[in-house]
Design a protein around this ligand. Structure first.
Ligand code: ADP
Ligand code: MG
Length: 638
């Protein structure tokens, strides 16, 4: 969850306009693909007019994999090798999936050598959730190519949406899936943000927006704050096991007694294929009940010789699902409580997800928040449309606002003495780049350690450590001579790349980090608050650390010239210098800054005759002078 800032797009010089950028809503149950066309986002459909791509892939033993609608048909024939709900598994290890394991019909196993889950197809083959999602994305790409009348190869770029609560591993897995499907992800967008974009809520001045997303198997409530182009997720809550599938189950339960009476078996006693057929029958009936006061529940499985029909009234269905709907409302209240927002403070409530078509859901939401929710856009399509709106901007086809994240906390490196040198300040819009020069602290130093930290405090120990990197291969040189350029770049998805390069030797090192990994918004808030609370103390400690570092530099350079001191300084100057040196050596980085400043002033003062003596020397003068300059300019060392 991150702040987003919108900026007008700038044309990128020298970039060839490529094919359209796809906006893809990769759902747990259904996937949709949309593009920006003729000034508006448009959802794409297959030749029969169907836009929903079931998020299912099937891996037959003797044929290439199929995905989407074709895989749906195989769910009854080959349930073991037909995988759905892969989104629940993305970026997860087996240990994270206790609950899924019991509910999903296929076998989950730990991938060898990686803490990632795989699916055992039962024929000696395994597929990863990333591969399953890649098949679904490839199907979306094919559908788009068909609808646009182009070659799939021309569709290479996409904006893909994910739930706001997805962590880095889950987002990364989504990117991997896209790459496998031949798509470069230009942006990972939060689903609720996409919904708000589709409605253009920010442009219409909405401030606080509650996005209520009830899909096939999951419920997500997200509270967004939209102002002056900043899209921020204030809080999220949800239930990863609550959705339209539960409505289907409730409906099957309603007919269970009837079913038993007529065919002698309860739903759970049916074989897997018949159970799947029953599920489909329930879903069909449920959808009809969204439009009609009563509907037929028609279930037949010719292979098993089963046939069943019953009429269900909407009121019975509503009574059965009411507790489920109430649970979603309770989650919404939770989100508002977490963010300290009253229902009356909401500017808009937006409905997302196929299950919000159920009339009871709409009524309950309206009642709970005292206003009719925004439902002008088809709730199945709203996320894909928002993704396409963003894709249009990224492709340069639309001059709308480009959503850019901002860094929630400052990023920097630890310098000598434990202080932090911040390269990228908090709230900087990303992508961002910053370069700063550093040097060595010790003569002959051939490696430097770069400790990368995140936070607002002045001392590295009080910030969050993101990682370390060692730059090796610096040729031995006097301290202060190497020129080390440290470059921070953050891409649009918050990936931080740190590069360090010593200019003379070309020695270089590089590391990639995820700055926000595992940080919740409240942790970010705490870090900011703590920086504020400790501002004075921090400044003192930082000053002390810097002064102590400078003191060490001067001590070293005096020590290096001990023989000059001995031979060329007058008695009085020498003893003053030795005394100052003695005092300076006893000082520690914890000492108050004023004391360190006093010691540094005294030492520099006392070293003045030494500097003069060095300057008066002949042949080696150039070198000596340079060292003197180093002493005097107190370059930062790492
Ligand atoms: P996800 O985001 O999880 O992929 P969707 O937003 O596509 O899911 O929602 C799929 C769910 O919406 C399914 O459970 C489906 O049965 C349900 N759904 C779709 N249309 C209707 C309808 N007209 N009435 C009731 N439920 C519907
Ligand atoms: Mg969805």
């Amino acid at each position: 969850m991150s702040d987003s800032l919108s900026l007008p797009t700038l044309p990128v010089a020298g970039q060839q306009p490529a094919g359209p950028v796809l906006g893809i809503d990769l759902g747990t149950t259904n996937t949709l693909v949309a593009v920006w066309q003729d000034g508006a986002p448009r959802v794409l459909s297959d030749p029969s007019g169907e836009a929903l791509i079931p998020s299912i892939a099937s891996f037959p033993a003797d044929a290439p994999p199929v995905a989407g609608r074709n895989a749906l048909d195989r769910a009854r024939l080959d349930p073991e090798r037909t995988i759905h709900s892969a989104k629940r598994l993305l970026g997860k290890g087996l240990a994270d999936l206790e609950q899924e394991r019991r509910l999903l019909p296929f076998r989950l196993v730990e991938a060898e050598g990686r803490e990632r889950v795989e699916i055992d197809l039962g024929d000696g083959r395994r597929v990863s959730p990333v591969e399953v999602s890649a098949q679904v994305l490839a199907e979306a790409r094919r559908l788009a190519a068909g609808a646009l009348g182009c070659d799939p190869a021309e569709l290479e770029r996409a904006v893909i949406t994910v739930p706001a609560y997805f962590d880095d591993a889950q987002r990364q897995a989504t990117r991997e899936a896209a790459r496998l499907a031949g798509l470069e992800v230009l942006r990972i967008l939060n689903e609720p943000t996409a919904a708000a974009l589709a409605y253009g809520l920010d442009r219409r001045g909405a401030g606080r927006v509650l996005v209520y997303d009830l899909g096939g198997g999951t419920f997500d409530a997200s509270l967004l704050q939209l102002d002056e182009g900043v899209y921020r997720v204030l809080a999220t809550a949800g239930d990863t096991y609550l959705g339209g599938d539960d409505f289907d189950r409730a409906l099957s339960d309603l007919v269970a007694d009837d079913l038993e009476r007529r065919i002698g078996r309860r739903p759970q006693e049916l074989d897997p294929a018949a159970r799947t057929a029953l599920r489909f029958a329930a879903e069909r009936c449920k959808k009809e009940l969204s439009a009609a006061e009563e509907a037929d529940f028609v279930f037949h499985d010719p292979a098993a010789g089963l046939a069943f029909r019953a009429t269900i009234g909407r009121d019975r269905f509503e009574a059965a699902i009411r507790p489920l709907v109430e649970r979603t409302i309770e989650r919404c209240r939770q989100v508002l409580r977490d963010a300290g927002v009253e229902p009356a403070d909401l500017d808009q409530v937006v409905l997302v997800g196929g299950s919000t078509r159920v009339p009871l859901v709409r009524r309950q939401v309206e009642e709970a928040f005292g206003r009719p929710p925004a439902d002008a856009i088809d709730p199945d399509r709203v996320v894909a449309l928002g993704a396409a709106a963003q894709a249009g901007v990224l492709a340069g086809q639309s001059d709308g606002m480009l959503l850019l994240d901002v860094t929630p906390l400052s990023l920097g490196i630890e310098t000598m003495g434990g202080a932090v040198s911040k390269l990228i300040l908090r709230n900087t819009p990303v992508p961002a780049r910053a370069v700063e020069g550093f040097t060595t602290f010790v003569d002959g130093q051939t490696a430097v350690k770069l400790h990368i930290v995140q936070g607002e405090r002045e001392m590295a120990a009080d910030c969050r450590s993101l990682g370390e990197m060692i730059l090796r291969g610096i040729p031995p040189m006097p301290a202060g001579l190497p020129k080390i350029a440290v470059e921070f770049t953050i891409d649009a998805d918050g990936l931080l790349r740190v590069r360090a390069r010593e200019e003379r030797s070309g020695a270089a090192a590089e590391i990639e980090l995820r700055p926000k990994h595992g940080l919740t918004d409240s942790e970010v808030e705490n870090m900011l608050k703590s920086a504020w609370d400790h501002a004075q103390e921090d400044m003192d400690r930082r000053r002390s650390a810097d002064l102590h570092t400078q003191l060490q530099t001067v001590i070293r350079s005096v020590e290096k010239n001990a023989d000059v001191v001995r031979r060329e300084l007058a008695e009085a100057a020498r003893s003053r210098l030795e005394e100052a040196l003695e005092d300076a050596r006893e000082a520690g980085p914890e000492d108050p800054p004023d004391r360190l400043k006093g010691l540094l002033d005294e030492l520099e003062e006392a070293a003045y005759p030494l500097a003069e003596a060095l300057m008066n020397r002949v042949a080696a003068e150039a070198v000596a002078k340079r060292r003197l300059d180093e002493v005097l300019d107190n370059g930062k060392g790492v």
